[in-house]
Ligand binder design. Structure first.
Ligand SMILES: [Cu+2]
Length: 209
């Protein structure tokens, strides 16, 4: 018990220190027109007053089971993403997206490639060997962002402030595959729901996220 108390004593102040003053939790749910959850949607919040992005995370876009995993990976501007090949076959990963075109010529099982993403926007991924492989890296410049899980839910710790809440998803049927609304965060936890229109299915058949 003493150990537990000591641990909490050390850890809790660190957790609170990481949140801006007045921060509270916003739970966002994204559903399609039929009310089904929409996974792999990137939710962002911007106050227009800047804010520092947390760039301490490590970001992985694996190739596993002849699929990319995850299907959508949101990263802050300047993040380095690792692309480990966890399959028993070779992959040749590339993107033609103007935001940051690149290619990793054929690399084998157990090998890894890495790339830094310096420009906000969407980088659509494909594999030269496997036409069915498809995924997205969404490079965001908003200080607050999260990606919806299989239940279409995402949680963001936000300052009590007004700003723009936006949702991006690759199949979202809207300009830039994105919709947004003005939103003011107040103290305490809050809930927002987006009902969005999708083009076709929310995920490619057998898609991983
Ligand atoms: Cu491949």
């Amino acid at each position: 018990m003493k150990t537990l108390l000591v641990r909490f004593g050390l850890v809790l102040p660190c957790l609170f220190a990481a949140l801006p003053a007045g921060a509270a939790s916003l739970n966002v749910t994204v559903t399609d027109a039929a009310g089904k959850p929409v996974p792999s949607a990137v939710v962002t919040f911007e106050t227009g007053k800047g804010g520092t992005q947390d760039k301490s995370g490590s970001y992985v876009m694996a190739q596993k089971g002849i699929k990319f995993a995850p299907y959508v990976l949101a990263v802050p501007v300047g993040a380095t993403v690792d692309f480990p090949n966890q399959d028993r076959v070779n992959h040749h990963v590339y993107s033609f997206s103007p935001v940051q075109p690149f290619q990793f010529p054929l690399y084998g099982p157990g090998k890894k490639r890495s790339l830094r993403f310096d420009h906000p926007g969407t980088v659509a991924l494909a594999c030269n060997i496997h036409d069915s492989m498809s995924a997205y890296i969404r490079v965001v410049d908003a200080p607050y962002f999260a990606t919806t899980d299989e239940k279409g839910r995402a949680s963001l710790d936000l300052p009590a402030d007004g700003g723009t809440l936006a949702v991006w998803q690759p199949q979202l049927d809207a300009p830039d595959h994105s919709v947004s609304r003005k939103f003011t965060m107040s103290a305490g936890s809050a809930q927002q729901t987006f009902s969005v229109k999708l083009k076709g299915e929310a995920l490619p058949s057998g898609g991983a996220y």
